[in-house]
Design a protein around this ligand. Structure first.
Ligand SMILES: *[C@@H]1O[C@H](CO)[C@@H](O)[C@H](O)[C@H]1NC(C)=O
Ligand SMILES: *[C@@H]1O[C@H](CO)[C@@H](O)[C@H](O)[C@H]1NC(C)=O
Ligand SMILES: *[C@@H]1O[C@H](CO)[C@@H](O)[C@H](O)[C@H]1NC(C)=O
Ligand SMILES: *[C@@H]1O[C@H](CO)[C@@H](O)[C@H](O)[C@H]1NC(C)=O
Ligand SMILES: *[C@@H]1O[C@H](CO)[C@@H](O)[C@H](O)[C@H]1NC(C)=O
Ligand SMILES: *[C@@H]1O[C@H](CO)[C@@H](O)[C@H](O)[C@H]1NC(C)=O
Ligand SMILES: *[C@@H]1O[C@H](CO)[C@@H](O)[C@H](O)[C@H]1NC(C)=O
Length: 432
């Protein structure tokens, strides 16, 4: 996902240190701590295409998925970060695109806006809220929607809005200092690369290659700090939200006169899908017209293949969805012939190889040298709850640990009790 937003960087670690002092430093594996890093648009294939020394070592020492991690459909940034955080499909957590209109709320919801619909549904609960409710203190940096309040609850530290202009090492420094100086047990960090370079230059570009090697050295920096500052006593999960593929064709149903713009509501969802709400009485005509586009399949909302889990939120999805049959074909709402800015993109079928994300993890709570074939990103929520010894949200049923027991050392027993820290720190610290 690319979007620039200028924000101030408040040096909040300084404030935190003043507030808390240093007594929270002592930790041990009895009180497991977890860092989850998401590298936007890091497609699984990159690991086969590039010899990344630190990331390869990380994978081999810990656990990893040889065929990558399956995102939820549609394979976009905002929806998948919420799937990872909640363990739910997009139709359940309600974040169905990067930006979408909710006809009941009469409001457009994007990565920075507050989603009253979603966060007022008690069934939907991101990991940092599950943790906070069970007295596991959390810090969440730039993960989409982490500033949203959930029944009055927020993580101890959170960033206010999406940003892609803060260096990865700065986020690493912050994450490590939270673990070192605060009784924080869960940190989630989002970073916008290699997605940005993948969009602009395409997945096979030298720019993506350079970015991957930079990220690899940033991970080396992270591991060195984990060793020196935390005595290696930290569980680390590195994931991504989706892959990246070449854009090979841009289809513009309005510009190419398949569809009259006046026949549908303005809230069109585009990219690897074209989702529209026809004006009253025009559903069949719009469907007929969209069906004339070559290499595109049109579904009514309730006919969407079950495996996509993309049909329930009626106030957020239109009645018709057109899907390109061919990966690399983009559906655009452009009404002019302006060229599409991106060489690379994502959003296509969540089962195709180019859309697969990465999964690797290591640390005291993980097994060593273990490979699994694949997993679903909705499983991450359960892996995290298991590591942190907290109870998962009972409504998060899309993922599970059923096929993932090999990720953990055999002797470990799951405990549902949590340690309660005595810190009276309630300050919310954020970027604005
Ligand atoms: C902080 O740690 C020191 C050394 O471990 C200990 O003597 C002191 O009592 C602790 N203070 C508090 C407030 O827990
Ligand atoms: C929806 O919001 C717009 C402006 O945000 C307003 O003009 C319109 O009246 C609202 N519609 C309904 C049905 O509330
Ligand atoms: C993507 O496009 C580039 C440049 O045209 C090409 O070299 C590369 O092979 C393509 N990659 C895939 C996976 O098709
Ligand atoms: C369907 O396509 C025809 C031919 O381009 C056009 O005249 C008509 O307005 C379209 N109908 C809708 C509902 O968009
Ligand atoms: C798309 O559809 C057209 C017409 O049915 C066909 O000729 C073409 O080979 C298809 N594939 C691509 C990649 O456009
Ligand atoms: C768009 O249309 C204009 C006028 O017909 C033409 O000059 C221009 O080359 C077109 N641009 C693209 C990207 O097709
Ligand atoms: C576990 O793996 C089996 C065999 O691949 C599969 O049939 C089953 O659906 C998986 N269960 C879960 C909960 O993922």
């Amino acid at each position: 996902m690319m979007r620039c937003r200028c924000i101030f960087l408040i040096i909040f670690v300084f404030h935190v240190t003043l507030l808390v002092g240093n007594n929270a430093t002592k930790q041990s594996s009895d009180i497991p701590r977890l860092l989850i890093i998401s590298l936007d648009g890091f497609r699984h294939d990159y690991l086969n295409e590039h010899e990344l020394p630190t990331i390869n070592r990380f994978r081999n020492e810990g656990v990893h998925a040889t065929h990558g991690m399956r995102p939820t459909f549609t394979t976009l940034t905002f929806p998948n970060h919420i799937s990872i955080a909640t363990g739910m499909y997009q139709e359940e957590h309600g974040i169905v695109h990067i930006s979408f209109f909710d006809r009941l709320l009469n409001k457009t919801i994007g990565m920075d806006s507050r989603d009253e619909g979603q966060w007022s549904d008690p069934k939907v609960e991101p990991l940092w809220i599950t943790a906070t409710k069970q007295k596991v203190k959390s810090a969440v940096l730039f993960w989409t929607a982490c500033h949203n309040e959930f029944y009055g609850i927020r993580p101890l530290i959170y960033s206010w809005s999406y940003s892609d202009n803060i260096p990865f090492r700065e986020k690493i420094d912050n994450a490590i200092s939270y673990f070192r100086e605060l009784p924080i047990r869960l940190v989630m960090v989002y970073h916008s690369e290699p997605d940005k370079q993948g969009h602009v230059y395409g997945p096979n570009s030298p720019e993506v290659r350079d970015t991957l090697f930079r990220l690899d050295s940033d991970i080396e920096y992270l591991l060195t700090k984990v060793k020196s500052d935390l005595n290696d006593d930290l569980n680390i999960i590195i994931v991504s939200d989706h892959g990246m593929a070449n854009v090979t064709k841009v289809i513009r149903p309005f510009f190419e006169k398949y569809l009259n713009p006046a026949s549908v509501e303005t809230s069109v969802l585009t990219g690897g899908l074209f989702n529209v709400m026809p004006r009253s009485g025009l559903t069949e005509q719009v469907r007929t017209n969209l069906s004339k586009i070559p290499n595109v399949t049109v579904y009514k909302r309730d006919e969407m293949p079950e495996r996509f889990h993309y049909s329930k939120p009626a106030s957020r999805l239109g009645e018709l969805t057109a899907l390109p049959d061919i990966e690399g074909h983009i559906l655009s709402e452009a009404t002019t012939n302006e060229s599409d800015p991106y060489k690379g993109n994502h959003g296509w079928d969540n089962t195709v190889p180019s859309m697969q994300a990465i999964f690797m993890a290591r640390g005291p709570s993980f097994n060593k040298n273990v490979q699994i074939r694949s997993l679903n990103n909705v499983d991450i929520y359960h892996i995290a709850c298991h590591i942190l010894k907290i109870n998962p949200n009972p409504h998060a049923t899309a993922g599970s640990l059923v096929n993932l027991t090999s990720l953990f050392p055999p002797k470990e027993t799951v405990s549902t009790t949590t340690t309660s820290e005595s810190s009276s720190l309630t300050t919310e610290i954020f970027f604005e």
